[in-house]
Design a protein around this ligand. Structure first.
Ligand SMILES: [Zn+2]
Length: 90
């Protein structure tokens, strides 16, 4: 299902639609006309979804040692002589 982006038509709307929000919809579904939170008028924004910008977490945090370890990744750091050490293992 494609993601559609919506934004408030007028100012004075709630935070959700003032900043714009995204929703998954089937192609056959009609476009939303009202914000799900405040029922204010919204319009569909055509263009690339900006969900990467809107994500609360950033790449740096995502790739932090703690998070990688939590998710079960290994982080191999080259030690020289073709050897690698899993820095998350200790
Ligand atoms: Zn709203």
């Amino acid at each position: 299902m494609p993601t559609y982006r919506y934004r408030a038509v007028e100012a004075g709307s709630c935070e959700t639609c003032a900043e714009g929000f995204e929703t998954l919809q089937r192609l056959s579904e009609p476009a939303l006309t009202a914000c799900p939170d405040c029922q204010g008028a919204v319009r569909r924004v055509i263009g690339k979804p900006q969900n990467l910008v809107n994500r609360r977490w950033n790449t740096k945090k995502m790739l932090s040692d703690g998070n990688l370890k939590r998710l079960g990744f290994k982080k191999l750091v080259k030690e020289g002589d073709g050897k690698y050490r899993d820095v998350l293992a200790d």
